[in-house]
Design a protein around this ligand. Structure first.
Ligand SMILES: [Zn+2]
Ligand SMILES: [Zn+2]
Length: 374
């Protein structure tokens, strides 16, 4: 017969995740074997955790609601991996962080980190680094070198922390010590981390001097960063394993590179497209012609049709930024800004005066036509 997890936690079928969490925290505090010395509290506590592990996880809860069973062995990410002894180790000390324990149920962060680690090993921290590049580098990609101080594996002891690792005599290698108490309700035992080996089960006879037994030392490292073409402001790159080394030869963290693209003096970026304003001589705009346009690959020629008005936008296909995920390349959008000369030569002035006289004739015709319509 399947257990009723809702009943165990004392919540309604439609309880929110917050309600489930609240109920769990209340019950976990009441029944934690280190707090509650009544017999049966450990079983009750186990049951509460089992219920919270299912109801606290959207996917598992949905499966539970649908199939009415706690046996998820046939499903991906079932409760099969729930390790109660791991949980006990998490709850060491007098203060229990039930919040983080509960949060660990979904996402599996605390319990299922891709297989069990060897005792005493710790994954190294992730590192974050900001890098500044210019727009050309963002468009074409770049190779950058950074120098980073970080915890790295100790060469002296090869990350082991020392030589002659021997089994802890206090806990006989189990990493935990068990205290058995006789109470009016029966024999009750609690498990806690071994104080001598800190749960590792082994102690190092000769700790390494250069790393003081941790297996890691701080050193600077030069790291090559390949920046792919198409990165934008705020793009985050992950360099796997280039974070800090883990203690006692544990796995390394990752290095996250946050890209900052500097402002360009000509181009403004919008997604994969570039925008720019291009001053065009008023006579070229009127007569039509060809102009030079700066692009990220040097100058390009662009045709200006006769009678081009200010603010007309021309598109140079494929002269933008390549898409980071490989979906083609953006365009360069050129806005024509018709420029009027502020100084004229005598000859230019005469020609323009001639031009104006010619225009006035047309204008008269134009105004004449308006008059006729009244
Ligand atoms: Zn020990
Ligand atoms: Zn060392």
């Amino acid at each position: 017969m399947a257990k009723d997890y809702y009943k165990i936690l004392g919540v309604e079928k439609n309880a929110s995740k917050e309600d489930v969490k609240k109920a769990y925290k209340k019950l976990a505090k009441r029944y934690h074997p280190d707090i509650n010395k009544e017999s049966g509290s450990a079983d009750k506590f186990k049951e509460i955790n089992e219920a919270a592990a299912v109801l606290g996880d959207d996917q598992k809860r949905q499966q539970y609601d649908q199939f009415g069973t706690a046996d998820f062995s046939g499903f991906q990410g079932g409760t099969g991996g729930f390790d109660f002894s791991d949980f006990m180790r998490q709850g060491q000390g007098s203060e229990f962080d039930f919040d983080s324990i509960f949060d660990g149920f979904f996402g599996g962060g605390m319990f299922n980190q891709g297989g069990r680690k060897r005792r005493g090993q710790r994954r190294g921290s992730d590192l974050a680094y900001e890098i500044e590049i210019n727009l050309e580098e963002a468009a074409k990609g770049a190779e950058k070198h950074i120098t980073l101080p970080k915890m790295q594996r100790c060469d002296e002891c090869d990350g082991k922390g020392g030589s002659d690792s021997v089994t802890c005599d206090e806990c006989r290698g189990t990493g935990s010590s068990r205290q058995t108490r006789r109470t009016p309700f029966g024999i009750f035992s609690t498990v806690s981390t071994c104080s001598k080996c800190h749960g590792e089960g082994t102690v190092i006879k000769n700790p390494c001097r250069s790393c003081r037994g941790t297996g890691v030392v701080e050193k600077t490292k030069k790291i090559k960063i390949d920046i792919p073409a198409g990165v934008d402001n705020g793009t985050q790159l992950r360099i796997s394993g280039e974070g800090e080394a883990g203690e006692k030869a544990g796995p390394s963290g990752d290095l996250f590179i946050r890209v900052h693209v500097m402002k360009h003096k000509i181009f403004e970026r919008e997604g994969d497209d570039l925008h720019m304003d291009l001053p065009i001589n008023f006579s070229t705009a009127a007569l039509g012609g060809e102009v030079d346009v700066p692009t990220l690959d040097g100058n390009a020629k662009m045709k200006i049709p006769q009678g081009t008005q200010s603010n007309t936008i021309f598109k140079l296909k494929g002269k933008g930024i390549p898409n980071l995920r490989g979906y083609g390349t953006g365009d360069l959008k050129v806005r024509a800004i018709i420029s009027v000369p502020s100084r004229l030569s005598r000859n230019q002035k005469e020609l323009l005066e001639e031009f104006e006289k010619e225009s006035e004739k047309e204008d008269k015709g134009f105004f004449g036509r308006i008059k006729d319509s009244f």
